[in-house]
Ligand binder design. Structure first.
Ligand code: F6R
Length: 609
């Protein structure tokens, strides 16, 4: 996500701030800004675009202040712009704030603040924090910050600076990382260790609910209740490159492990407080609109296309509308039958993939209603489509897509539920039941991630095979396609996914002794059929690894290895079954010594045909 830095000491703060932000550039961002306390006033400069644009604006006018904060923003609420870039201030410029994360209840707070006369200049959720601080402040900076934290909901790492308290920076953490670097006569704050390791390796890693009071010569940590915490110093032994990856060996592994948070961020603000409905403020669809749509296309490439295949199941099952899923590179050239009664949904992590963008433009030309699901605010697709819903996965750096895929599935599920709610195609009770299961998914992904040893063992055992098959029916087949793609792209093993029922129409000829087959068997509606297919490959002496739901007592009777994922509705289980497949691909690539984050011949954003 975004990057945060802070400095308090005897040197010119801006030098550390710009250097620290440069060290965080790898995370991706769309705008940047700094603030420095210069006594009479707080100097602020911000710029959309790269850090170089900010540096250009600061040329010959670097502020002299020795206390400052800085930020690189990855847009969530509001497009990338100078005004939306951080830091943000209250009405009088007395309080300055930088923030990573999402303030879920910012809208009602903002409305109340506006009603009480506050003037907002940005579209961000962050700005409410500065105005709230202004409201509650009566002279006690720490007390005011604690009061503000009690009013906001969501995830955050926040750093606060005040004109009235030039000798201190305050910071708070909830679900987003924040570290305080300990220097001599100076201290540092950062959202990630790479920003500070050139200056110090002694740090306090903040826990959720903690507040740090950072002065030039001291750092105090308070817990949620305001009590002093006796914090142990964490000495960073990683080198700069490892620090960028948060201690993980590769960005891909880091991003796989970020999925619980990415999924929670993407869903949480969009579920009503009573858990009875989905809120998609981005769409203003009513029953008449949905009735007027007689065809839905989902168009995407690669992993996003696989998310679209799952989306088709969701919409057809919950909304009972026909959905066609198409590869963007095919759709755009085959004269699709599209008119003003067609809804075209494009899915894209980057929002820039050329084929998908062209398909979107072509759909608009043909008169279709368009919706983009993308991870990048302000991307070409976000600007081009009539409606946009963002995944809030944060920047994805590894070429192989992982957290973007799971957040796309979450949004496709929520979109289908929203449509079902508007069109009244399923009951309120069923919506409630599905939402309650949806809310458990982040914790269930964490649970799935906690059991990697068997997967590492399989990867070591079978990582040198030249062919691997993935089989499954229904949604298991969609996930099998994604699992096979992951393995192909990063380990260069030839992997194919087949709908299990298709095996006997040709592929079974390739199943011989010792060939690894990954069999997904989670879809209750086709379970018996799946089991028969598994027996078919087992009878040909394939090595079959099953992926099953935790309550499955049957599969283990037939297979040597089964990986279990927690139990949930069969519609939601792809969010769990894909995780061991991502890990299997990762560890197979490691076994083969491949360059996991930058596989050969591939690029992260495909902006050419
Ligand atoms: C695979 C992968 C690609 C992308 C595809 C579309 O791991 O990352 O298949 O999914 O290139 O990219 P976006 O989603 O940016 O349109």
């Amino acid at each position: 996500m975004c990057g945060i830095v802070g400095y308090i000491g005897g040197k010119r703060a801006v030098d550390f701030l710009l250097d620290g932000l440069t060290k965080l550039e790898y995370r991706g961002y769309d705008s940047a800004g700094i603030a420095a306390n210069c006594g009479e006033n707080i100097f602020i400069e911000k710029s959309v675009g790269r850090l170089d644009s900010l540096k250009e604006k600061l040329k010959n006018r670097l502020p002299a202040g020795t206390v400052g904060i800085g930020h690189t923003r990855w847009a969530t609420h509001g497009r990338p712009s100078d005004l939306n870039a951080h830091p943000h201030t209250d009405c009088h410029g007395n309080f300055v704030v930088v923030h990573n994360g999402i303030i879920e209840n910012y809208m009602p707070l903002k409305e109340e603040l506006i009603a009480r006369g506050h003037k907002f200049i940005s579209e961000t959720d962050t700005e409410v924090v500065a105005h709230l601080l202004e409201e509650v402040y009566t002279g006690d900076f720490v007390g005011a910050v604690r009061e503000v934290l009690n009013k906001i909901e969501g995830s955050y790492s926040l750093v606060f600076m005040s004109k009235m308290h030039p000798d201190v920076l305050l910071c708070a953490k909830q679900e987003n990382p924040l570290v305080v670097g300990l220097g001599k006569g100076e201290n540092f704050i950062a959202s990630d260790i790479p920003a500070i390791i050139a200056h110090t390796r002694d740090t306090f890693i903040l826990n959720d609910g903690e507040i740090a009071i950072v002065k030039k010569d001291s750092v105090q940590i308070l817990n949620r209740q305001g009590g002093l915490v006796d914090k142990k110093i964490f000495h960073v032994s990683w080198n700069a490159e490892a620090a960028e990856k948060g201690g993980y060996e590769h960005f891909m592994l880091k991003e796989i492990n970020e999925q619980p948070k990415a999924v929670r961020d993407t869903m949480s603000k969009r579920i009503a407080k009573d858990g009875a409905s989905i809120i998609l403020d981005e769409l203003n669809w009513d029953k008449n609109f949905l009735n007027s749509i007689n065809k839905i296309y989902i168009v995407a490439c690669g992993t996003a296309y696989h998310a679209g295949l799952v989306g088709k199941f969701y919409i057809e099952k919950l909304v009972r509308k026909l959905v066609e899923v198409d590869l963007a590179s095919e759709y755009r050239y085959r004269d699709p039958i599209v008119d003003d009664k067609t809804l075209v949904i494009v899915i894209s992590q980057s929002g820039e993939t050329l084929d998908t963008l062209a398909a979107l433009k072509e759909s608009k030309r043909l008169g279709a209603k368009t919706l983009a699901i993308t991870n990048v605010v302000g991307s070409s697709m976000a600007r081009e489509a009539e409606n946009v819903i963002h995944t809030w996965a944060g920047p994805e750096i590894a070429v192989a897509s992982t957290k973007a895929y799971t957040t796309q599935l979450i949004l496709m599920f929520m979109l289908a539920l929203y449509m079902a709610q508007v069109a009244e195609t399923i009951s309120g009770d069923e919506i409630k039941r599905l939402i309650s299961l949806l809310k458990k998914i982040p914790a269930q992904i964490s649970e799935t991630l906690s059991d990697v040893e068997p997967i590492k063992t399989f990867a070591r055992q079978y990582g040198f095979n030249e062919d691997v098959f993935y089989i499954g029916r229904s949604l298991d087949y969609c996930v099998a396609l994604e699992g096979a793609l992951k393995l192909k792209e990063i380990s260069y093993i030839h992997a194919e996914a087949y709908a299990s029922g298709e095996l006997k129409h040709g592929t079974l000829a390739l199943i011989v002794e010792g060939v690894p087959v990954i069999a997904l068997a989670t879809q209750k509606s086709v379970y018996d059929k799946t089991l028969s297919n598994i027996k078919e490959v087992k009878a040909r002496d394939a090595i079959v690894i099953g992926i099953a739901a935790a309550n499955d007592i049957e599969l283990e009777k037939y297979l040597d290895h089964v990986i279990f994922v927690p139990e949930t509705d069969e519609l939601l289980i792809p969010l769990l079954t894909v995780v061991p497949l991502q890990l299997l691909a990762y560890y197979a690539a490691i076994t083969r010594g491949c360059d996991v984050d930058k596989p050969r011949n591939l690029a992260k954003s495909v902006t050419v045909e």
